[in-house]
Design a binder for this molecule. Structure first.
Ligand SMILES: [Zn+2]
Length: 436
């Protein structure tokens, strides 16, 4: 079997892994890079994808050069299958360019998340011939056997993959952690890992962020509750609408304080479409959750000809006026686009914004309008975050459990640091062919 990492050996984001046997080729993940293709000090601009064909993006080096993968590119037989580890853009962002005849495998949860996210986000997953994977249920593609393992990660429905062919075994960790709401799953995995793995391709987002404090979601919840008590005004939440673990953490914090939890139309629809009764949306009977209608998302749903996606929330609607009447005992999902409605409701003194993403993003220009909004309303910004990725301890535990002959780093800006953690590291370059 050959392993080729087309992108991701030296960076976080843009992951694309190919596994090739004598008879079969599969691709795992096809993400948007976080950093510019040519200048790694700059952010990747996803607007550059607009109205571009796969051929154009391939020619400009934006898409990794993988034969038989892209729609409208006549370069031979299609790859046999595509596997998606989880619904984060740095893993799926280029999937819209995949040929329509290629079967796409992913977890059902990931599929539901992406279907809903496509309604709201500019970067599309797209429509594919989809097949849903179940935890531990192997599928055969050509002469390869692929076994998915559900993982604990901030991306919903995340999976790792074991690929077996020609007497060899490769394990791809995808993105994972051991301190999220699925941490029991991680512990279970460590107790009975697949045996005889030759190569472990392992994410290393945090190998150079060892100093970052890492709480479990439960610990974070307790911290939020404690902090929130010192703010008599509203508690605004700056958080990805797809980080389900985190939204649950905020909902639980709100509940502990007997506060109303207010979602926007985007987040409410995402949680609803996951079709799990445990999701904190009014449609699941959660009486302490309301929905704020904002012009921005209503317009979006009109454009998509999906007005039912806001009409279905009418009876749970919290208008700006009723928001004002509720006083400060509120947790409100904040978006830059919701500022007009939030200001119409009036921002009480003593309000706070809980910033719940990686701190580095606060330095970026895209955060500026939010910073200005907070300054305008004399609002504190408090960090309330824990990483979606494995700590060094969790990386080491996964490495020890799988005990592979070789560890190949991926999804890290400091792949060289792996050598300090493991003694069997093989650093690859993008596009390098590694023969097993
Ligand atoms: Zn991820």
């Amino acid at each position: 079997m050959n392993l080729i990492i087309h992108r991701g050996t030296k960076e976080i984001g843009g992951s694309c892994v190919e596994l090739k046997s004598a008879k079969t080729r599969i691709i795992i993940d096809l993400g948007i890079p976080l950093v510019d293709i040519k200048d790694k000090t700059k952010k990747f601009n996803s607007f550059s994808l607009r109205k571009k064909t796969a051929s154009q993006l391939l020619a400009s080096g934006v898409l990794p050069t993988v034969k038989g993968l892209y729609e409208g590119v006549d370069d031979g037989k299609s790859v046999d299958a595509f596997f998606l580890s989880h619904p984060h853009q740095d893993h799926y962002g280029f999937c819209q360019f995949i040929r329509k005849d290629i079967p796409v495998f992913l977890s059902r949860d990931a599929g539901r998340m992406l279907k809903a996210a496509d309604v709201f986000l500019p970067v599309q997953f797209g429509k594919h011939k989809q097949f849903f994977l179940k935890n531990h249920d192997s599928v055969d593609v050509g002469n390869m056997k692929i076994t998915p393992y559900l993982m604990d990660h901030s991306g919903y429905g995340a999976m790792a993959f074991l690929v077996e062919t020609e007497g060899k075994k490769i394990f791809y960790s995808g993105d994972f952690r051991g301190h999220g709401r699925k941490k029991d799953l991680f512990e279970k995995f460590l107790k009975s890992p697949p045996l005889g793995v030759n190569v472990l391709i392992m994410e290393g987002t945090m190998v150079d962020r060892a100093e970052e404090s890492v709480d479990s979601e439960e610990q974070l919840e307790t911290k939020i509750v404690k902090e929130a008590r010192s703010y008599p005004g509203a508690k605004f939440i700056f958080c990805s609408g797809q980080n389900v673990d985190r939204l649950v953490t905020f909902y639980r914090s709100a509940r502990r304080l007997k506060a109303l939890f207010v979602l926007d139309l985007y987040t409410a629809n995402i949680l609803h479409e996951l079709m799990r009764k445990s999701m904190p949306v009014p449609s699941n009977g959660f009486k302490d959750v309301g929905i704020l209608f904002t012009k921005h998302f209503m317009k979006r749903l009109e454009q998509k000809k999906m007005p039912d996606w806001y009409k279905r929330w009418r009876r749970y609607e919290i208008s700006p006026a009723s928001l004002r009447r509720k006083g400060g005992n509120l947790f409100v999902v904040y978006r830059e686009r919701s500022q007009p409605e939030l200001e119409a409701a009036g921002i009480r003194p003593g309000s706070v914004l809980f910033y719940s993403q990686w701190g580095g993003y606060m330095e970026e220009p895209s955060f500026k309008p939010t910073e200005t909004f907070c300054q305008r309303h004399n609002m504190d910004i408090r960090q309330a975050h824990t990483s979606g990725h494995a700590t060094i301890r969790s990386l080491k535990r996964l490495g020890a459990a799988l005990n592979p002959q070789v560890i190949v780093p991926i999804h890290s800006f400091a792949a060289n640091k792996f050598h300090e953690l493991f003694d069997n590291v093989r650093e690859l370059d993008d596009k390098e062919v590694f023969k097993l």
